[in-house]
Design a protein around this ligand. Structure first.
Ligand code: S3P
Length: 170
């Protein structure tokens, strides 16, 4: 894969709870590079949790913050970058991602329910996690696939195994 200059070497996308942060940090350690997460950038900039932003201002306002945070991170970070699960909903963001080595971390619904089911910090899964996750994936799976140069399945794998599979896919 070709590497754009002055930009992340690997961008991780995929649904919430798939392990983008954990795997991303492992990858950064293995590669000896920096790790960055656009959710963290938004929380730091806003001084509030993602859940609070959703409650206070709604999803559309969060998406606008996310779009800006992702564009800034793609332009200004070298290393491993993890995007929030819904970042790929934005067409301009998907267009920007075409210049990057994007890896889609995938998982099936049962694994997702185990990993994210009772986590109240995830506002989009707060009511009926299994059903909501299925619906999100139906709407998003093709978008993750569209931006990704590689897909790495995480089901039944440890974060270390997933990180290795990402490196193997590069
Ligand atoms: C979201 C995923 C979350 C966070 C927000 C919305 C989504 O990020 O950005 O709760 O729409 O899938 P993670 O994928 O890092 O949990």
């Amino acid at each position: 894969m070709s590497r754009p200059t002055s930009a992340p070497s690997i961008v991780l996308v995929g649904p919430m709870g798939v392990g983008k942060s954990t795997v991303g940090q492992l990858l950064a350690e293995r590669l000896g590079c920096a790790y960055r997460d656009t959710d963290d950038d938004i929380v730091a900039e806003q001084g509030r949790s993602i859940a609070d932003i959703f409650v206070d201002e709604g999803e559309a306002a969060f998406r606008a913050l996310e779009k800006r945070a992702v564009a800034a991170a793609l332009a200004g970070h070298t290393g491993v970058l993890a995007l929030g699960g819904g970042a790929i909903l934005d067409a301009d963001t998907r267009a920007l991602l075409a210049a990057h080595q994007v890896v889609y971390l995938s998982m099936d619904v049962e694994e997702a329910a185990q990993r994210t089911g009772l986590n109240a910090a995830r506002p989009l899964l707060a009511v009926n996690p299994r059903k909501q996750w299925r619906e999100l994936m139906e709407a998003r799976r093709h978008l993750y696939t569209e931006v990704a140069r590689a897909v790495v399945a995480t089901d039944g794998r440890t974060p270390e195994e997933v990180a290795q599979a990402v490196l193997d896919a590069m």
